[in-house]
Design a protein. Sequence first.
Length: 259
Amino acid sequence: MIDLRNKRIIVTGAGSGIGRATALKLAELGAIIGVIDISESSLDGIVRDIRANNGEAYYEIVDVSKEQELIDAIDSLVERMGGLEGLACNAGINGTWAPIETLSLEDWHKTMNTNLTSTFISLKASIPYLKENGGAIVITSSINGNRIYNNFGASAYSTSKAGQVALMKMAALELGRDNIRVNAVCPGAIDTAINSKTIIAKETEEVAIKVEFPEGERPLKEDTGQPDQVANTIAFLLSADSGNVSGTELYVDGAESLL
């Protein structure tokens, strides 16, 4: 069984979906958890759940697109936890999906800032602490921008997710000498609230390539697309069990993106 006892780990975007599942899984495995999200009620609920099971958890309410807010939150959590051995960068949005021709610069920046820039800031703020004892970083990317490109209108989202994987690989090389491992998970379609918040412009229909597939089955017979399945992979990558794994993206989609 994965052992994360007394490992101090921060999870961004922990209010729901994969982030919430990850925070709860890490706490279940014995980690001391610091959670970051924009929703105070969600964070309060997660911390109460963890503490009710004799775990240790703290939270900070943050808009991850705001640089100083995010830096201050990480500093505060590290101080309260007494150090840092792990970081799970999960904060992100689908944002607005629209043809490149009509996608506004404002919507582009919102997606990039929330997904990619916040990942950079989280790494930048955490690295000095992780250097003290070594540790691990896991970035939640996506199959979009890394293995599939058929979600029309998702140019900003896919670019941000491809950028996360490139940043992960650069960080893995740069931080290896400090005994810090850096990896990414690339989930497929996961049953979370992020999908209901996606804004898809009507113009997207005009650029979509009409392809109709016959009915079929998923490659993996076991049900896929659950937040817990991604959380389990993140827990593995944060643990000593993956001690020689760094600079790698792991696809968590039941092989669906290979079709």
